[in-house]
Write a protein that binds this ligand. Structure first.
Ligand code: UD1
Length: 350
């Protein structure tokens, strides 16, 4: 099952590894993300086959979106009766499909790829999705040792927990050379190592003008010192269209996987509120400043190139100055080696 942008690069290596072992797979796209730039381009660039079933649920409030996925997935699950439902990440589609599988009669066991991540922030919709999905899953496929610790601390059955590594890294390593060969930087007039890359899309960051305004002020200030490119998520575009943006902060449409990977790999610094980008910059050894008060990926701080800077504009500017002057040394967590999906297939098929 996949539904939203960050799911697509996670499901691809798992599908491949299962198929290499002769398992029959059925790919369901819930349609939580549906724009060509948020969905189709990932299928094309990553070589993911056309979904076997598209639920076409689209956007809505959390209840509407989750409810629509559940309503559409329930009859499909009844028809397919798979041995396992594999869900990835922490989006509403992940939770919805897990609930349906867990409440089917008889229940279908769920495998959760990216189990055990916790921000401790219950105001974050993804945190609710993570905890409930893990509680209901039979296979808890954890990307890092801290995630395993979280699952143990919550009382998950040790038999259900598998430390497998990070599937995002599988896809990144598989595509890095191809991404670097693209003319992305030339086309945008960027010099390797001489620009910063910005992404913001979380409701907690972009929906409240009293938070977003000062953040944009900090970015505007920094953009006079290092050029900043900001590919804008649809949620953020709606908010930004209502306010003036300084010319030095360069806004572009959302990018495909390969272009965005090429841009990350040659950036001097990345400023983001994304989860996955904290992981990708760690693997690439690129300094990342996370503009949030918490992270479900502390491993990228302890064993990577990420730093949590919060949302105070002066703190962001100070941290950016420090990291531009003295970038952190590249490090990579254990099992972020490109073979996570192989371990997942081993765990599921054994
Ligand atoms: C979702 C995930 C988030 C993930 C993010 C990546 C949840 C709770 N959140 O947040 O964890 O990091 O995806 O993008 O599942 N929209 C479009 N076209 C699209 C998709 C969305 O225009 O293809 C617009 C719609 O106006 C929609 C808004 O973006 O209302 C938000 O989309 P939604 O899927 O609800 O949440 P995201 O903010 O993308």
């Amino acid at each position: 099952m996949a539904g939203a942008r960050p799911n697509f690069m996670k499901i691809k290596p798992v599908l491949d590894a299962l198929e290499r072992r002769g398992a029959e797979t059925v790919l369901v796209h819930t349609g939580q993300h549906y724009d060509a730039g948020m969905s189709d381009v990932f299928f094309e660039e990553l070589g993911i086959r056309k979904p076997d079933h598209s639920l076409g649920v689209g956007s809505g409030t959390h209840a509407i979106q989750t409810g629509r996925v559940m309503t559409a997935f329930e009859p499909l699950l009844d028809e397919l009766r798979p041995d396992i439902v594999v869900v990835v990440g922490d989006v509403n589609s992940t939770l919805a499909c897990t609930l349906v599988a867990a409440k089917a009669n008889p229940p279908v066991p769920v495998a959760h790829v990216e189990a055990g991540l916790r921000s401790g922030d219950w105001t974050m919709p993804e945190e609710v999705n993570r905890v409930v999905t893990d509680r209901l899953s039979r296979w808890l496929l954890a990307p890092s040792a801290d995630a395993v610790d979280n699952l143990h601390a919550e009382g998950s059955s040790p038999d259900h927990i598998h430390l497998v590594g990070n599937v995002m890294v599988d896809t990144l390593l598989q595509n890095l050379d191809r991404a670097k060969r693209r003319p992305t930087l030339d086309e945008l007039g960027l010099t390797p190592g001489a620009y910063g890359l910005v992404t913001l899309h979380r409701p907690a960051t972009v929906d409240d003008p009293s938070i977003l305004g000062p953040l944009l002020d900090a970015l505007a200030y920094l953009s006079t010192e290092v050029s900043l490119l900001f590919p804008v998520h649809p949620r953020t575009r709606a908010v930004l269209s209502q306010r003036p943006i300084p010319a030095t902060l360069r806004l572009v449409d959302p990018l495909g996987y390969l272009d965005f990977l090429a841009l990350q790999a040659s950036a001097r610094v990345v400023l983001t509120d994304s989860g996955g980008i904290q992981e990708e910059t760690t693997v690439l050894g690129i300094p990342c400043l996370t503009l949030r008060d918490n992270t479900e990926r502390p491993i990228t701080i302890e064993e990577g190139t990420n730093r949590l800077v919060g949302r105070d504009p002066q703190a962001i500017i100070d941290a950016a100055h420090e990291w531009l002057a003295a970038p952190p040394a590249p490090r990579r967590p254990a099992l972020w080696d490109g073979k996570a999906a192989e371990r997942i297939a081993d765990a599921l098929l054994s």
